[in-house]
Each structure stands twice: as structure tokens, then as C-alpha cells.
Design a protein around this ligand. Structure first.
Ligand code: NDP
Length: 323
């Protein structure tokens, strides 16, 4: 017999843990599976200085530990494990963990987040947290009056470059094609900001620096007759080549957009499957902040509680009718 869980939460970023705190306080006995990266994306960043309540900042890892403790304090059970299969065809929903055990959930909160895409260079890992970032809003502040580069030619890259242009002294926008993919308005903005320089037909192929990034090796005009490489001195590299929502195992049952983000009823975490909710970056290609993820985790737990109460009332009515 599969274990029955009233409120199952998948994912241990700000959305998952906040859902666990609220569900715990609502006596839903939540169980949370932490997933591939316990603590989520914030554990890969440096200090968090934009989450209200932390005037002196806090490391992403420490913040997620505090979230976890708070969730456990209110009765959430945190388990290690990764969802490998789901069956959302009927309630209770069947969720398989690590390809082994299957649990049954009356309500499911999907908070599996999104993963920033990286170029795939070994140097990116080497300098992770030491000059390489995928979030200007999170880490831009550490590059005040410095020189940074943003990789990508879409709206995110332009947005990141614009954000950084207010912080850093100089921003290079490194675009592999001869044109930007971003919307016209964003293109106009980046082109008119004096401290942003766009380097078209260029790619980062390596990074250098003793402990922190001090420079990037740039490949210019790949595959052309005049292909060349040069060293660009920079203090930080921001990747903005897209995110990948972690929705593979749920996609079959839910509506997703063309990039795989779960589509919910506007302004709510309600998906098209009753009792299944999506919170945080997994359903948010736009804001992608810890605070917005936490807020949607709160909404998801409140919706789960409402759904369970409605189901309970329905069961009582059905029971009375049958007598
Ligand atoms: P996009 O997929 O739109 O753009 C990705 C960019 O990264 C492209 O320029 C692409 O180049 C480049 N890229 C991809 N892989 C590599 C690589 N290996 N090396 C170098 N460059 C690479 O992603 P975004 O995150 O920018 O946007 C996602 C969606 O979100 C879009 O629909 C966007 O409009 C939307 N968005 C809207 C915003 C707004 O309206 N304010 C803000 C942010 C995002 P290439 O063009 O050569 O493929």
C-alpha cells in the first residue's frame, strides 16, 4: 500500500519551503521532497541582500537553512529524494520518488524551480560564486564600479545589462549573432545606454583569474575567414542565455508554455488539475525572485488548504445523502 500524503510539496527553494511553512501551520502535515539541489538556486548564489528582513544580507545557503528549520518547526517533514514519475490522471495523485517508492498525494504543490542555462565551459564551474553568475539582480551589487560582461542577446540579457549599467562602470553585452533577439524596445534601450557596449558575433570560450574572474577569452566571428580570439579584462560574467523550467515529469498532465513553464490561472498557483498547484520559478518566466517565489508558495499552500476543506465538505454531504 502506497503511503498517503495530504499535502505533498516537491522542491526546496523559497517557494517549496514557504508552502511547507503555511501548510504545516494549517495542520496539513506536509511532506516536502528536496529534489536534486536541496535549497534550490539560491544555494548557488552569494549573499542575498534584497530579501526583506535581512538588512545585513545573508548567504543563500544560510537563508535556505533558516527556511527549512522554520518549515520543520511547524511540522513539515523534509525528505531527500527526486521525483522521477507522476500520474496525475486521478486523485490521489501518484508520485514516484527516485524510481523506487510511490506515494499518493491528495494535494500536490510543484515548486521545482528553473535552472539557468550555462555555456558548458569548465571555467564556469571553476569560477561559480567567484565572478560567474546567472542573476544580475542577485549578484550585481558586488560589481559596483567594476567591469562586467553579460552573455546573451534576448530580453533577459538586455534586462540584465540595463540593470548592471546602473551598478557597474562598464557592461559588455556579448552576442553570438550579428543581431539581438530581444524585443525592439529593449534593443533601443541597451543601444542608447552609454556604458553598455555590444560585442556582436563574439563568444566567451574561457575565463581566467587567480581566485576570481579577471578576464574572458573571446572568440570573434566563429567559422569566418577572419575568426580570431582575444582577452577581455572583466571582473564578472553574467549568463543570460535562458532558463530551463524543471517540469519534465509533470508536463504530460499540465498546460505548459512553449518553453515548458507551467501555466496557472492568472495571479494564482492553480493548474488545470484540481488539487495540483505550481509555485515559484516553475510557473514564472518573468520575475524569478526569491521573494516572488516565496509569495507564490504561500498562495499554493492556502489554495491546497481550501481545496482539502472543500473536498471534506463534499464527502460529508455525500455521506449524509447515502444514509
Ligand atoms: P531567449 O531564448 O529569448 O534568448 C536567449 C539568448 O541567449 C539568445 O540571444 C541566444 O542566442 C543566446 N544564447 C543561447 N545559447 C547561447 C550560447 N550557448 N552561447 C551564446 N549565446 C547563447 O531567452 P531569454 O531568457 O532572454 O527570454 C526568455 C523569454 O522570456 C523570451 O520570450 C523573452 O521575451 C521573455 N522575457 C521577457 C522580458 C520582458 O518582457 N521584460 C524579460 C526577460 C525575458 P541566439 O539568438 O543566437 O539563439
Amino acid at each position: 500500500m502506497a503511503e498517503k500524503i495530504k499535502c505533498l510539496i516537491i522542491g526546496s527553494g523559497p517557494a517549496g519551503y514557504t508552502a511547507a511553512i503555511y501548510a504545516g501551520r494549517a495542520n496539513l502535515s506536509p511532506v516536502l521532497y528536496a529534489g536534486m539541489q536541496p535549497g534550490g538556486q539560491l544555494t548557488t548564489t552569494t549573499d542575498i541582500e534584497n530579501f526583506p528582513g535581512y538588512p545585513n544580507g545573508i548567504s543563500g545557503f544560510e537563508m535556505m537553512e533558516e527556511f527549512r528549520k522554520q518549515a520543520e518547526k511547524f511540522g513539515a517533514e523534509i525528505r531527500m529524494g527526486n521525483v522521477t514519475e507522476t500520474d496525475l490522471s486521478n486523485s490521489p495523485y501518484r508520485i514516484t520518488i527516485d524510481g523506487k517508492e510511490t506515494v499518493e498525494a491528495e494535494t500536490l504543490i510543484i515548486a521545482t524551480g528553473a535552472t539557468a542555462k550555462y555555456l558548458g565551459l569548465a571555467d564556469e564551474r571553476k569560477y561559480a560564486g567567484a565572478g560567474v553568475s546567472a542573476c544580475a539582480t542577485c549578484d550585481g551589487f558586488f560589481y559596483r564600479k567594476k567591469t562586467v560582461a553579460v552573455v546573451g542577446g534576448g530580453d533577459t540579457a538586455c534586462e540584465e545589462a540595463i540593470y548592471l549599467s546602473n551598478v557597474a562602470e562598464k557592461v559588455y553585452l556579448i552576442v553570438r549573432k550579428p543581431e539581438l533577439r530581444a524585443s525592439k524596445i529593449m534593443q533601443i534601450r541597451v543601444k542608447t545606454i552609454p556604458n553598455i557596449e555590444i560585442l556582436f558575433e563574439q563568444e566567451v570560450v574561457g575565463l581566467s583569474g587567480e581566485k576570481f574572474v579577471e578576464g574572458a577569452t573571446i572568440l570573434k566571428r566563429r567559422g569566418q575567414e577572419d575568426e580570431s580570439t582575444y582577452e577581455l579584462p572583466i571582473d564578472g560574467l553574467f549568463l543570460a542565455i535562458g532558463h530551463h523550467p524543471n517540469t519534465e515529469v509533470f508536463k504530460q498532465w499540465l498546460d505548459t508554455d512553449e518553453t515548458g513553464y507551467i501555466i496557472t490561472q492568472p495571479g494564482t498557483p492553480i493548474t488545470k488539475v484540481a488539487g495540483v498547484f505550481a509555485a515559484g520559478d516553475v510557473a514564472d518566466p518573468d520575475y524569478r525572485q526569491a521573494i516572488t517565489a516565496a509569495a507564490s508558495g504561500c498562495k499554493a499552500a492556502i489554495e491546497a488548504e481550501r481545496y482539502l476543506s472543500t473536498m471534506e465538505v463534499c464527502e460529508i454531504i455525500a455521506e449524509r445523502k447515502s444514509k
